[in-house]
Design a protein. Structure first.
Length: 329
């Protein structure tokens, strides 16, 4: 017997069809089987991406369909005057003879080599197919992801009620983003190096790593000395007599600043992990780490900041930020 998937996300999915939200009792009592979850995912793929996307995924030897609901969906007025919840985010990845292609927002595109390798690696791994269909959950977040996996004749439905987790979550994240966004699970030999990250001396970094003066989350590119001086004053505002800003040769370099904002204790960290050149733009990958329940953290307000220098470029920078919780074993 296939396990039941009790997901508020899928219960709310029914609202898009019926137009009436479920009662609290219906939400708590109703359970969905994997087959019913698959029906809902494929229904939304057909509606959002179109029949061609669904048929291509069904015919392929390998494909991934992902549905992620909206936590607090807006109500959108329809042409006939009725109101319906904002549709979920839906995406598909399909293995074709020419390689992996994706469907997102009704557009068909090709995955890059790194994402294609990851899709192949994850779908072929035994660990993926041995994961529980329903990830352990302590919540019923409607934004949880549900996926339908096809690989060499096998079909499987997986659900992550509280966000992406495990290999199934890694797979869903790639399909939804259209690229690899979390490189931590990628074998080191297959990770792109990206641009060289030049960091400041540790004695300089102590002025901003944990006690920076940026009280709001921020991702910023600094390309000139005047902006750098102003930013340095903000970064070091919590220090009585900070040193002058480190010299940066802006004719050759630029500065990337990532701030986590005000945090209630120690144990919070932010790190610019890599910067990739994607051709028309740069892609900065940022990891924000929060302390888990087993972590011993100092009882002090902190404002974590990370600053790196990279080769100067006039390309726009796209920031990809992911969050993780440290177990502190």
């Amino acid at each position: 017997m296939r396990p039941l998937i009790p997901l508020a996300a899928l219960t709310l999915a029914a609202c898009a069809t019926t137009g009436a939200p479920p009662t609290e009792r219906e939400t708590s009592e109703r359970s969905w089987s994997a087959e019913e979850a698959r029906t809902i995912v494929e229904r939304d793929v057909r509606t959002v991406l179109g029949p061609a996307a669904l048929e291509e995924a069904r015919r392929a030897s390998a494909s991934v369909l992902v549905r992620r609901g909206i936590s607090l969906p807006r109500m959108i007025q329809q042409p006939n005057g009725s109101w319906e919840p904002e549709p979920p985010q839906v995406a598909a990845a399909v293995r074709t003879p020419q390689g992996w292609v994706g469907w997102n927002a009704g557009v068909r595109f090709g995955f890059d080599q790194a994402a294609s390798r990851e899709l192949d690696r994850l779908l072929a791994s035994r660990e993926l197919w041995s994961e529980p269909e329903l990830a352990e959950s302590g919540c019923t977040d409607p934004a949880g992801a549900t996926s339908v996996l096809r690989f060499q004749g096998r079909i499987r439905v997986t659900a992550q009620p509280c966000g992406a987790s495990g290999l199934s979550g890694q797979l869903a994240a790639i399909v939804l983003a259209g690229r690899v966004v979390d490189w931590s699970g990628v074998p080191p030999s297959e990770r792109p190096g990206g641009l060289e990250l030049r960091r400041f001396h540790p004695q300089t970094e102590q002025y901003f790593q944990f006690a920076g003066g940026l009280h709001e989350p921020l991702n910023l590119v600094v390309r000139d000395a005047a902006t750098w001086q102003a930013m340095w004053r903000r970064i070091t505002a919590n220090h009585g007599e900070p040193p002058p800003p480190p010299e940066v040769p802006f004719e050759r370099e630029m500065v990337l600043v990532a701030a986590m904002g005000t945090q209630p204790s120690g144990g919070y960290r932010i790190r610019i992990e890599r910067v990739l050149d994607q051709g028309a733009s740069l892609e900065a990958h940022v990891l924000r780490t929060s302390p888990g329940p087993r972590c011993g953290a100092i009882a002090a307000i902190t404002h974590p900041v990370d600053v790196v220098r990279v080769a100067a470029s006039d390309k726009p920078v796209r920031w990809l930020v992911r969050d993780e919780v440290s177990d502190c074993p």
